[in-house]
Write a protein that binds this ligand. Structure first.
Ligand code: DGL
Length: 285
């Protein structure tokens, strides 16, 4: 095996019976996992919530890259057959490095849905809500420039510091989350955005708050773009290409979560966000 950032020379054996690894800075990636579970009900899933190190959005690039490698290494030790980086920030910072290091592993990332937003907007003005780190990344800059050149759509960047953190603390309908969403959404609506991209996997869990505030502000038809479904579809496609999609089995598929935060808190959040339970274990990495 080579260094942390170098290419992994050991052969990764991909077996159809292996689990799929999914990770995020915290519980945000569960908004992607729920689509994976719906589209691939026979697959075993391992979720890693890096809640002990969240939020990623305000951390340095080197920090997010280092966490992504540690988590990917851990998930590979659990014999995953595919990796889903269910975090826009980690995708922007680290997915190219993960693909370099693990060339044999199918890896799917998440990026803000600028393309579907450009296809949906009527005013030609789209708001992009995401972390500071995602919006300042080179990967996002290239995506933005390409879409802007190709479609002429005007994208307004709205960094949303503090939002993922509140969601991480189960503030899904509280006064603080309403106030923060209002603060970030209002300038977008005032600039006539008719479409808003959820560029952080935590935000779909407060979609109802975004819809409510948009309606109160006279924009009840605001289009909201969440890429969770598309990510699960891309994963399905990759499993088929690699011929490692799990067929129907007699035993039910399993889900297991790990966290660098408090397993009890994460267990409660999983129950609340997904209406299901799964074992959650602590691991520091
Ligand atoms: N859920 C993550 C994302 O999609 C990161 C949020 C954070 O930790 O700041 O960007």
């Amino acid at each position: 095996m080579s260094s942390r950032y170098g290419r992994n020379e050991s052969l990764i054996m991909l077996s159809a019976s292996g689990p799929i690894g999914v990770f995020d800075s915290g519980v945000g990636g569960l908004s992607v996992l729920r689509h994976i579970r719906a589209q691939l009900p026979d697959e075993d899933l391992i979720y890693f919530a890096d809640s002990g190190h969240a939020p990623y959005g305000s951390k340095s690039e080197a920090f997010v890259i280092d966490r992504s490698f540690r988590i990917a290494d851990f998930l590979l030790s659990q014999k995953i057959k595919a990796l889903v980086v269910a975090c826009n920030t980690a995708t922007a910072m680290a997915i190219h490095l993960l693909r370099d290091k693990y060339p044999d592993l199918p890896i799917v990332g998440v990026e803000p849905g600028l393309k579907p937003a450009a296809a949906k907007t009527i005013t030609g003005i789209v708001g992009v809500m995401a972390t500071e780190r995602t919006l300042s990344s080179n990967k996002f800059h290239v995506l933005h420039q390409t879409l802007n050149d190709r479609t002429g759509v005007h994208f307004i960047m709205q960094p949303c510091p503090g939002m993922a953190d509140l969601i991480e603390h189960a503030e899904l309908d509280s006064e603080p989350i309403h106030a923060l969403v209002r603060r970030y959404l209002t300038p977008l609506l005032e600039q006539k955005a008719d479409t808003v991209v959820l560029g952080c996997t935590h935000y779909p869990f407060v979609r109802h708050v975004i819809e409510k505030i948009a309606a109160e502000s006279g924009c009840p038809d605001l289009r909201i773009i969440d890429t969770g479904y598309a990510v699960a579809r891309q994963l399905t496609h990759l499993l088929d290409i690699y011929a490692i999609r799990r067929g129907k089995t007699d035993c039910a598929s399993a889900m297991q979560a790990y966290t660098s935060g408090d397993p009890k808190t994460i267990g409660h959040l999983i129950a609340r966000l997904l209406q299901t339970t799964m074992p959650v274990a602590y691991i520091s990495l």
